[in-house]
Ligand binder design. Structure first.
Ligand SMILES: C[S@@+](CC[C@H](N)C(=O)[O-])C[C@H]1O[C@@H](n2cnc3c(N)ncnc32)[C@H](O)[C@@H]1O
Length: 262
C-alpha cells in the first residue's frame, strides 16, 4: 500500500463517523489533544506567536481547536490529502472561529516550501497508517525539513504490532462492546481499524525513526492501549540535512542563512 492509499482509507463514509468513532477507538482522545497543546506551549513558550504545522489535520482539526484556544496568537497550517476529512476539519474550524488563523493545504507536507519556517508541528494519528519504515521516515524527514532548529514535534499514534499484543487487542474490542456493539459489530470495527495499518513495533522503533529524521530523543506523555504520544525536538545542529530524500524541490531560499536551507 502506498502512502497515498493511507489517505484513501479516509473516504466519505469513514470521515462522516470519524469524530465519534475516534473517541471510542482512542480512550482519552480529547485528553491526548489537550496534553499535546500543553506540551507544545511548555516548549514553545506561552503567549508566543508561533506558526504550527499540523499534518493529518483532517477529521476535525482537533489539534488546532485545542492549541488555538490555549494560545490565541498561534497560527496554523493544516495539511491533509483526504478531501472528505479536510471538509470536516474546515467546518469545525469555521464553527470555532479558527479558519482565519489557519492556512488549509489539501495535499502532502512535501508540497509545502522546503524552508525551516515552523516553530512546532504535530503528526497525530497518521504514522501507523503509512506502510513500512521508508514512508514513515519520509514524512518525518519532510516535517523536520520545515521546522526551525530545536522546534518540537508532537508525534502520536499506535505503536506495537497488533498481533504481538493479544491482551491489548482484546481490550480494544471490549471498548466497543462497552458502547453496546454486538460481537459482529465489534469484529467489523476492529477489522476496519486494523486494515492496512502498520504501527512501529515499539517505542524504541519510534525513537529510531525520529532519530533518523533528525529529531532528539522523545519524551512520552500519553498512553492508551496501543496508542502513545510523545514530543521530540528537531535537533538544533546546523550541519548537513539528514537525508537528500527531502530535497526534491529545495532550491536556494532567498534571505535565509545557508544552514537553514535544505
Ligand atoms: C486517524 S486520522 C487523524 C486525524 C487527526 N490528526 C486527529 O487527531 O483526529 C488520519 C489522517 O491522516 C491523513 N493522512 C493520511 N496519509 C497522510 C499523509 N501522507 N500526510 C498527511 N496526512 C495524511 C488522513 O487523510 C486522515 O485525515
Amino acid at each position: 500500500m502506498l502512502s497515498s492509499d493511507a489517505a484513501q482509507k479516509f473516504n466519505p463514509a469513514r470521515a462522516d463517523e470519524y469524530r465519534a468513532q475516534s473517541r471510542i477507538a482512542l480512550a482519552g482522545y480529547d485528553a491526548c489533544h489537550e496534553l499535546a497543546a500543553c506540551m507544545l506551549a511548555a516548549v514553545v513558550g506561552p503567549g508566543t506567536s508561533a506558526h504550527v504545522l499540523v499534518v493529518g489535520a483532517g477529521g476535525g482539526a482537533q489539534e488546532i481547536i485545542t492549541a488555538g484556544a490555549l494560545e490565541p496568537a498561534w497560527r496554523f497550517t493544516a495539511v491533509d490529502p483526504s478531501q472528505p476529512m479536510m471538509d470536516i476539519a474546515i467546518a469545525q474550524l469555521q464553527q470555532h472561529s479558527l479558519l482565519g488563523r489557519t492556512d488549509i493545504h489539501l495535499g502532502y507536507v512535501d508540497d509545502l516550501p522546503n524552508v525551516r519556517h515552523f516553530a512546532a508541528a504535530t503528526l497525530i494519528g497518521v504514522l501507523h497508517h503509512l506502510p513500512g519504515d521508508a514512508a514513515k521516515r519520509h514524512i518525518l524527514h519532510s516535517i523536520a525539513a520545515r521546522l526551525m532548529p530545536g522546534a518540537p514535534l508532537i508525534l502520536a499514534g499506535n505503536r506495537y504490532a497488533y498481533a504481538d499484543q493479544p491482551i491489548l487487542l482484546a481490550a480494544w474490542g471490549e471498548r466497543w462492546r462497552m458502547q453496546k456493539n454486538t460481537p459482529d459489530e465489534v469484529q467489523a470495527k476492529l477489522g476496519n481499524i486494523l486494515q492496512g495499518a502498520d504501527p512501529p513495533a515499539s517505542e524504541e522503533a519510534v525513537a529510531a525513526l525520529l532519530a533518523a529524521a533528525g529529531f532528539e530523543r522523545p519524551t512520552w506523555f500519553f498512553s492508551s492501549l496501543f496508542w502513545g504520544a510523545c514530543l521530540a525536538k528537531r535537533a538544533s545542529n546546523e550541519g548537513a540535512p539528514p537525508s537528500s530524500v527531502i530535497d526534491k524541490d529545495g532550491g536556494p531560499e532567498m534571505g535565509l542563512p545557508p544552514s537553514w536551507r535544505q
